[in-house]
Design a protein around this ligand. Structure first.
Ligand code: SAH
Ligand code: SF4
Ligand code: F3S
Length: 454
């Protein structure tokens, strides 16, 4: 048992953060760390030390939601041992279930909605003082000073950081819960984004990932007239950030103008995550994706014309209601045609609010499992082959720090977003280096240093 060395009032208060789900949630968790650090909390990796546990949740698939429920169940024991412990559940499951979570999990103190992040300190202060249990699910982010110092994500000396440019989604793909838990699309003013990036540059960040559910529609609804292309140009002109990436793009909104940016904007990395979801036009229609597989492939061809070495990744699902064997074969054909560098693949699951819940001809779990295994085996071969194609090439990487898996090696990513581990006598963290790729595996490459760039 941990005996506090100091009187309880002097003992530092510890915050433990656990994040599930997408980069949006990661970004929000970093904001919470920043806000609570300003309140005197210290971050800990040791959950048993925590005075506050902040759980940021994802409900995009049934499996993701189940993970949250089992994690929450395991916290019961900690609360019993330390009744002063405060447990906050935030993010998309919090938004989806709301107050009901408090009755389901009696050891839970706060349910915080997706637009309640900036209020975390006030909410925590209230439950600490009054001992009440509450749910706070505002319709709008009630931040008085968006982008104020306390509201910016905690940056623990990373070389690459994320910046949210828009939140929510208006697309209503029929399988998706996101528009219901994240709300309608809202863009952040471009000046605020530029300011945040300049702040990151001042802290040593060299690469940013611009985040949004559909960044291509950035700017809609803002008072200023600004498109996503304008935003990319403004970041080029008004910041010294060295590398820019963005995610996610919806194929229907990926314009020729944005595709051309990959040829004309020097600091935009040659990589794109462009979810296709299915290769069958019939299924795409039922998903409300508003493009055909031929249109998707047409965009990929244009991208490769503009930027021949572009790294391409995508999302796909199997077993959408009504998906036949022929539809599934169309998906494999699209994958074969495009040859993605990497692919995130999922089994379809019914989600609350999603229209597809009502669709007939549900696919059995057995068939979904078989299709997913076949698809993943095919992609594993493509990924490994594409990684092997890198052998012998010299690539510029941004060095991010010590490699997690290889002893004593450093790690960085190429513009195409491939991980390269390499030996180095000096610590090159934060600098650009040139490496020759000498070996390739399924998730990373091995390289040797050619020469450091100034
Ligand atoms: N905004 C992004 C990503 C949204 S969620 C986009 O539009 O692409 C990430 C991925 O989860 C989706 O691309 C999709 O492949 C998957 N997904 C979403 N809902 C799902 C569901 N009900 N079942 C299975 N996979 C789902
Ligand atoms: Fe969901 Fe579609 Fe919006 Fe992506 S674009 S978040 S898949 S509704
Ligand atoms: Fe999950 Fe919410 Fe992101 S549902 S994918 S955490 S927007």
């Amino acid at each position: 048992m941990n005996q506090p060395l100091q009187a309880p009032s002097d003992r530092p208060r510890y915050l433990y953060v656990q994040t599930f789900g997408c980069q949006m949630n990661e970004y929000d968790s970093r904001r919470v760390e920043g806000i609570l650090a300003a309140e005197g909390y210290r971050l800990t990796d040791d959950i048993s030390l925590a005075d506050v546990i902040f759980l940021n949740t994802c409900s995009v698939r049934d499996k993701a939601e189940q993970k949250v429920h089992s994690f929450l169940g395991r916290l019961r024991r900690l609360k019993k041992r330390n009744p002063d412990l405060k447990i906050i559940v935030a993010g998309c499951v919090a938004q989806q279930i709301g107050k009901g979570l408090l009755s389901r999990f009696e050891h839970l103190d706060v349910v915080l909605g997706t637009r309640g992040i900036s209020s975390v300190a006030q909410v925590l202060d209230r439950v600490s003082k009054t001992g009440e249990r509450l749910s706070f699910l505002p319709l709008e982010e009630p931040s008085a000073e968006p982008g104020s110092k306390e509201d910016l994500p905690f940056n623990a000396g990373q070389v690459a950081a994320s910046v949210t440019v828009m939140q929510g989604c208006n697309n209503f793909c029929t399988y998706c819960i996101v528009p219901y838990v994240r709300g309608r699309e809202r863009s952040r003013p471009s000046g605020e984004i530029v300011k945040e990036i300049n702040g990151l540059v001042a802290c040593g960040v060299r690469e940013v990932l611009l985040l949004g559910q559909n960044v291509n529609s950035y700017g809609r609804g803002l008072e200023e007239s600004v498109s996503f292309i304008d935003l990319l140009k403004r970041i080029h002109e008004e910041t010294d950030i060295q590398r820019i990436r963005f995610t996610t793009s919806h194929p229907k909104d990926l314009t020729d103008g944005l595709i051309e940016c990959f040829a004309t904007l020097p600091r935009l990395c040659g990589c794109l995550h462009l979810p296709f979801q299915s290769g069958s036009d019939r299924i795409l229609k039922r998903m409300n994706r508003v493009y055909t597989s031929a249109e998707y492939i047409g965009k990929i061809e244009k991208l490769r014309l503009c930027c021949p070495e572009i790294g391409l990744t995508s999302d796909v699902m199997v077993g959408f209601p009504g998906e036949t064997e022929e539809d599934f074969q169309d998906t494999l054909r699209l994958m074969d045609r495009v040859q993605f560098d990497n692919l995130f693949s999922f089994r379809y699951s019914d989600r609350p609010y999603a229209r597809s819940v009502e669709f007939p001809d549900k696919v059995s779990e057995d068939i979904k499992a078989r299709r997913l295994a076949e698809l993943q085996a095919m992609q594993a071969e493509i990924t490994l082959r594409k990684n092997r194609d890198e052998i012998g090439k010299v690539r510029e990487i941004l060095v991010e720090g010590p490699s997690k898996t290889s002893n004593g090696q450093l790690t960085g990513r190429t513009q195409q977003n491939k991980i390269v581990n390499f030996e180095s006598t000096g610590d090159l963290t934060g600098s650009f280096a040139r490496v020759r790729v000498i070996d390739a595996f399924s998730h990373s490459l091995r390289g040797e240093l050619v020469a450091d760039l100034p």
